[in-house]
Ligand binder design. Structure first.
Ligand SMILES: NC(=O)c1ccc[n+]([C@@H]2O[C@H](COP(=O)([O-])OP(=O)(O)OC[C@H]3O[C@@H](n4cnc5c(N)ncnc54)[C@H](OP(=O)(O)O)[C@@H]3O)[C@@H](O)[C@H]2O)c1
Length: 312
């Protein structure tokens, strides 16, 4: 990228290859130069003109250099699952980055976190305890910051609704966790990226929760997913405890399909967040995404090429 490029520079910590990172590259690409710092090379990033700096945040030591000439930092890095040590390493690296950010001239620091979870998970799950530590450190850093806490995200290549749809397509029954009367309000990944883009231009400090346009009973949404597949809903019902046990079993077999903490969180009825109202366009509804994904599955078409920052 030429030094004469007048666009401000975004440091994308965690890079543009994950679910949120891909949407961020698409959303910010026109009016930011993007420096992306993460571990694995991505042809899609280089095609999009992103400047990739190979780095593992847990061990990276050159934060002053990475932050030079940066206007906005945006952190998307986190793991979905892992031992405490894994989260501790990533968290320590992020704290080193935060120290360097305080010495730098950055204008804005954006970070993605997650909504409230049941107290036991908040207190014991490394995924959450280290995330909350970093959220607090950022809040106390003195930097101009925004923490966005989206609920369940949907978009090409997501690991929840797309995966559920594939399972419903493939198998005759789908597990129903507990009563199914708890709520979810999925939000589209491009809408989260848009909210981040708008937050980058603002000065307000604080934390915001983001829900999608519609709050569904979980079971109403799964019924709608069956409908998208032109199938009659058929469930294999589990009690709350049985659901968590099932997830634990799947997890113990080494699968990343579902984690027990995700089922606990779902059952706790904390994921039906109200709609995010500060976007400059209507929030995307989940139905059109489900219908398109279902049509691809029914037509036997290959899944959307997620490496191309696809929209829908
Ligand atoms: N997905 C959801 O439904 C959801 C909902 C609410 C909040 N969130 C939050 O949104 C954020 C992004 O989630 P996501 O679903 O986009 O995650 P993702 O698809 O797993 O992407 C995370 C990215 O972080 C990078 N990364 C991980 N560990 C790293 C390390 N040690 N060093 C450098 N880079 C590292 C990975 O790139 P490399 O492998 O190339 O390093 C990966 O592309 C996370 O904070 C997550 O908790 C997600």
């Amino acid at each position: 990228m030429s030094t004469a490029d007048p666009r401000p520079r975004l440091l994308l910590v965690g890079g543009g290859t994950g679910l949120v990172g891909r949407a961020v590259v698409r959303e910010f690409g026109a009016d930011y130069q993007i420096r992306s710092l993460h571990r694995s090379a991505s042809p899609a990033e280089s095609q999009a003109g992103v400047d990739w700096w190979p780095a593992d945040i847990a061990t990276y030591t050159e934060w002053d250099r990475a932050l030079a000439d940066v206007d906005v930092v945006l952190n998307v890095a986190w793991y979905r699952w892992g031992k405490s040590k894994l989260f501790a390493g990533l968290h320590a690296g992020l704290e080193r980055m935060l120290d360097a950010a305080r010495r730098s001239n950055i204008r804005r620091f954006l970070h993605i976190s997650v909504p409230d979870a049941p107290a036991e998970l908040e207190d014991t799950l490394p995924y959450l305890t280290y995330k909350r530590q970093f959220d607090r450190a950022l809040g106390e850093s003195g930097l101009s910051y925004a923490i966005l806490r989206p609920t369940m995200l949907f978009g090409p290549g997501d690991r929840l609704l797309s995966v559920m749809l594939r399972l419903m397509h493939r198998y005759p029954v789908f597990p129903m966790f507990g009563s199914g009367h708890y709520h979810v309000s999925p939000i589209a990944v491009p809408d989260l990226a848009r909210a981040l883009h708008l937050a980058a231009a603002r000065d307000a400090r604080g934390t915001q929760d983001l829900g999608g346009p519609q709050r569904y009973e979980y079971r109403v949404l799964t019924d709608r997913m069956f409908q998208a597949l032109h199938k009659r809903p058929r469930y294999w019902s589990f009690s709350d405890r049985g659901s968590v046990r099932l997830a634990r079993l799947v997890q113990s077999l080494g699968s990343s399909l579902l984690y027990a903490y995700e089922v606990d969180w779902l059952l706790s009825d904390r994921l039906g967040l109200p709609p995010y109202e500060q976007l400059d366009r209507p929030l995307a509804r989940v139905e059109s995404f489900l219908d398109q994904e279902a049509e691809n599955l029914r037509g036997g078409r290959p899944r959307v090429d997620i490496t191309r920052f696809a929209s829908y």
